[in-house]
Design a protein. Structure first.
Length: 144
């Protein structure tokens, strides 16, 4: 495995402060050095990705964790915008949401989400999911 030279930048697009804290906790134990950037809504996510306003110096994320149910511009729209942009579409997007609706799963994959994960209800399950994401996307997969 090639030696990692810089921390992995992760953009978490999540409006629930408890889920942000759980993600931070899960990634704190990660084997891979990472920097988590969190935004609370779809508009802020697009500003971050477009390096606009207060995010002018934002790094290009190596991975995006996206909730579907966001205030303002929802995650479904954010996903469609990301995957339609030639500069952003190669960034893997993991939909991490409380939805288990077949329609949401199908729509996410039709919009080119790289995977769809329903959030577990309990703390231990959520940490396990975060560890699995970290292991798969930063140990098994080669990112651009």
């Amino acid at each position: 495995m090639p030696q990692q030279t810089k921390p992995v930048d992760i953009l978490l697009i999540e409006d629930n402060p408890a889920d942000v804290r759980l993600t931070i906790e899960g990634l704190r134990e990660a084997k891979i050095a990472n920097v988590l950037h969190a935004v609370r809504d779809g508009d802020a996510a697009l500003d971050f990705l477009g390096r606009r306003g207060r995010y002018a110096d934002a790094p290009r994320p190596d991975l995006i964790l996206l909730d579907l149910n966001l205030p303002g511009l929802d995650g479904r729209s954010v996903l469609s915008i990301i995957k339609a942009d030639p500069r952003l579409k190669v960034i893997p997007v993991v939909v991490l949401t409380s939805s288990q609706a077949e329609a949401d799963i199908l729509a996410a994959y039709e919009s080119h989400a790289n995977c769809f994960i329903s959030k577990p209800i309990n703390f231990a399950g959520f940490l396990k999911v975060v560890h699995s994401i970290e292991n798969y996307w930063f140990t098994v997969v080669r990112l651009p």
